[in-house]
Each structure stands twice: as structure tokens, then as C-alpha cells.
Design a protein around this ligand. Structure first.
Ligand code: ATP
Length: 429
């Protein structure tokens, strides 16, 4: 990366609607005497040459005023949220059929006691600094001015540009991980995602905090689902093998559960899941739940439960993991055939099925995914009720039995299915 002080030329090359929006926001800010800066991931990624159109703006000193003015001036701009307590707002622009969200935050410290309006220029820079210093890493603490007179100019108060160039993840102060332990997961996420190194001192602080054991198993130390959100980001990375490796080698796994282990068998399962996922990329929105399931696989049931609680997983996600692990276990048994595979996997999500497949050598799972699961009956529940089956769970049971017959004989017509249904109904009586 070359030495840069201004990214106007980079901004000119992003999507033209986003570029236009940024220039307009800069102009309006000036008109109402506010300073606005683009911050965070978008700045980092643009400098690295990656696409990122998530517009995060900090405003000196009144994000709400800027949001209100944007809504007033642009008929295609709607206010989507405003949090007076956090001094933040979100607006959405509707441009050429696109929805472009813009997050606006007032420059702030962790507390707002000394917040000043209309600051002097020197104070202004320190206001921005106070905002940037509460961020996670130097590479995420770069700001870019949007004002017309210096549009695109980079404010680099913590040598973030050097760290981008040298591929380093570096915290801004030594208490950073204690202040917010989710930053330890973020550190390994950016290291794995960008193929950066965690800078030496940052690494030492991380080690110290992990070794202090104060965030082991996370019991009630971190409120809400912030850890889950970070784990989801980490396990959704395309570089998953590297992400899991750093997760264990850094000791960060201890935050999730101290009994987790990075064994050969886990590496092989992850590799296998990755291969299987290639064939199902279009079906799966969230790969992370598969990798989490495989990672917790060898824990005892009560350890698994505590992971689920600690990560605040909703019941649907817990079910996906449990179904997958259980199916994986069952399909390793002897004498498994197409019908048994069908019985085990029916009604399971594709994520659960991939967990199961990553845990076994069972080739019948492929047959289930590619063939069996696609076999459909012509006969319906309604048809069975007409034939005299009482409404209720028997309807489903008979349909399943006919489907099992059809797996062995996919050519069955609706008449054949009805014949089988009649026989099954007779057996019931
Ligand atoms: P990505 O695009 O990969 O998600 P990002 O940097 O945009 O990366 P976000 O989680 O959206 O990640 O965060 C946006 C910005 O907010 C970050 O760049 C960082 O400046 C700041 N930030 C987010 N989480 C924290 C945190 N836990 N502590 C401090 N700053 C944070």
C-alpha cells in the first residue's frame, strides 16, 4: 500500500450513488456547522482495496441535527432510528431502487458529561480523538473528512495507516481487552480475515487477559449476545480453517468453553464441512452454526448446554446443532440404509444435515440430499382423510410410510400410492 493522506480518488471510484451521498452529507454538514467523518470498516477496507459500502459517520457534535437536516432536505431520505441516549441516528436513502443505510454517531467519549457544543478547532480534534480512541484497533480508528474543503482527507491519530501497511492488528490502549473482552474475538477475526498479525504487545495483553482466566466460560461477564455476534462473524469467514486455528491457539476459545479442544479430528471435520459446503453455497445463509456445532461436538451434554446459554443461542439454532450431532451419531451405526437415513434426516435443516455428514463416512447422506429428499408424494393428507384416516398424527405417519415405499420405488403413481394407503389403513384397524 502506498503512503496516502487523502482517499478522494478512491471514493470517486466506489458506487456512484454512494459517492454522491457522501459528498452531499459533507455539504449539508458544512451548512449546519457540523463536521462529519467517515469511519470504521469502510475506510479500512477501501484503503486495502476491498469493497465495503457500510457508511458509518461520526459527527462533531450533533448527529441528530445532521440526521434531521438530511431528512428535511432530501425527500428520498427517511429517519430509521434515533437514540437520544446514545446520540446516534440512522437514516436510509432510497436511490435508484437501492436502499442505502447511513449510521450517524455524535463524537463521544464513554461518558457524555463534558460534551460541548460548538467547540473551538483544537477542541474539535480532541473531540474526534475521544471518539476514535474508544474504538477497537488502530486500523479501525481512521477517519476521513467529508467536508467540501478537505473531502477525503485522512485523520490518522493512532498510526493506523502504518499498521494497515504492516498488516498489524493493534489495540489503542492497554486496558482495551479488559474494557471489552469481545475485542479479543474481534482481534482474531480481523487477523484471520485480513491475514494480518496481531501486533506483539497486543498479543501479550491478549495472552495476559486470557491467562488471568477472568473471562473463562464467560459466565455472566458479558451481557447480551455480543459474544455470539462476534463468534458468528468469526465462524462465517471464508478462511474458516485459519479462523478456528487462531481461535484455539490464541486461547480465545476459553471464553466460550474451557473444555473445547483443537484435535486432529476437529480439523478433519471442519475441512470436510468446508468441502461439503461448496456444493450448497446457495442454500445456506449462515455457515457459522455448522462450524460451531462441530466445534462443541465432543463436549458433554451439560457443557454444550452451558455454551448455548453463554452464547444466548435461540431455540432454533440450538435445535439445528443438536439435530445435526444426534443424526451424525445415529448414522454411524451399522445396518444403515436409505430408509433409515431418510428417517433420521427427514425434517432436518440443511445445516443439521451437513453437521451430520461432516461427522460420518455415510454416503447415503448424499443420496438423501440429492435424491431421497427430493422425492415427493402425489397423495396428500387431505386424500388420506377422505379415505377415512382421522385427522391427527396418523396422517403424517401414513404419509411417511408411503414415502419410504416410494424411496425404494420412485416410479409409484398416485394410484399406487392410494393402494398402499388403503393397505396401511386396513392394518391400522
Ligand atoms: P466488518 O465490515 O468486517 O464487519 P467493521 O469494522 O465494519 O468490519 P463492525 O463490527 O461493523 O466491523 O464495527 C464498525 C466499527 O465500529 C469498527 O470498525 C470499530 O471502529 C468499531 N467497533 C465495533 N465493535 C467495537 C468494539 N467492540 N470496541 C471498539 N470499537 C468497536
Amino acid at each position: 500500500m502506498q503512503e496516502v493522506k487523502n482517499i478522494k480518488n478512491i471514493l470517486e471510484n466506489i458506487d456512484k450513488d454512494h459517492f454522491h451521498l457522501l459528498t452531499e452529507i459533507g455539504k449539508i454538514s458544512k451548512e449546519i456547522n457540523q463536521k462529519s467523518y467517515l469511519v470504521g470498516g469502510m475506510v479500512r477496507d477501501l484503503l486495502l482495496g476491498f469493497d465495503n459500502l457500510d457508511i458509518d459517520i461520526v459527527v462533531e457534535n450533533n448527529a441528530a441535527l445532521l440526521a434531521d437536516t438530511l431528512v428535511k432536505k432530501f425527500p428520498n431520505c427517511e429517519l430509521s432510528a434515533k437514540h437520544d441516549r446514545f446520540h446516534t441516528a440512522k437514516v436510509i436513502f432510497h436511490i435508484n431502487g437501492k436502499k442505502i443505510p447511513v449510521d450517524l454517531a455524535t463524537t463521544r467519549e464513554e461518558t457524555y458529561d463534558n460534551e460541548k457544543l460548538a467547540p473551538l478547532p483544537e477542541v474539535t480534534i480532541s473531540e474526534l480523538k475521544k471518539d476514535l480512541i474508544r474504538r477497537d484497533f488502530t486500523i479501525n480508528a481512521l477517519a476521513v473528512s467529508l467536508l467540501p474543503n478537505n473531502f477525503g482527507e485522512i485523520v490518522d491519530l493512532f498510526n493506523g495507516l502504518d499498521d494497515l501497511r504492516n498488516k498489524k492488528i493493534k489495540i489503542l490502549h492497554e486496558k482495551s481487552f479488559i474494557d471489552d473482552p469481545t475485542r479479543m474475538i474481534r482481534a482474531i477475526r480481523f487477523a484471520a480475515k485480513l491475514n494480518f498479525e496481531i501486533e506483539e504487545k497486543t498479543q501479550a495483553f491478549l495472552k495476559e487477559v486470557i491467562e488471568s482466566k477472568q473471562f473463562d466460560n464467560l459466565i455472566e461477564k458479558i451481557r447480551g449476545d455480543r459474544v455470539k455476534i462476534e463468534i458468528r462473524y468469526l465462524f462465517n469467514l471464508p478462511t474458516i480453517e485459519n479462523a478456528i486455528k487462531i481461535f484455539f491457539e490464541s486461547g480465545v476459545y476459553r471464553m466460550v468453553n474451557t473444555e473445547l479442544a483443537y484435535k486432529e479430528v476437529l480439523k478433519n471435520r471442519i475441512k470436510k464441512a468446508e468441502e461439503i459446503l461448496w456444493d450448497h453455497l446457495d442454500d445456506i445463509a449462515e455457515k457459522w452454526i455448522i462450524y460451531l456445532g462441530l466445534t462443541v461436538c465432543d463436549l458433554t451434554n451439560s457443557q454444550k448446554e452451558s455454551v448455548f446459554i453463554n452464547l444466548h443461542l435461540p431455540s432454533g439454532e440450538i435445535k439445528t446443532i443438536k439435530d445435526g450431532l444426534k443424526a451424525g451419531e445415529k448414522l454411524q451405526e451399522k445396518n444403515i440404509d436409505s430408509i433409515k437415513t431418510f428417517q433420521v434426516l427427514k425434517n432436518h435443516s440443511i445445516e443439521s444435515i451437513i453437521i451430520a455428514k461432516s461427522l460420518t463416512q455415510n454416503n447415503l447422506i448424499d443420496e438423501y440430499i440429492n435424491k431421497t429428499s427430493k422425492i415427493k408424494l402425489n397423495i396428500t393428507g387431505q386424500d388420506l382423510i377422505k379415505l377415512g384416516v382421522p385427522q391427527g398424527k396418523q396422517v403424517g405417519e401414513i404419509l411417511d410410510k408411503i414415502l419410504e415405499l416410494k424411496i425404494n420405488n420412485p416410479e409409484m403413481s398416485k394410484e399406487d400410492e392410494e393402494e398402499e394407503a388403503k393397505k396401511l389403513i386396513l392394518d391400522l384397524r
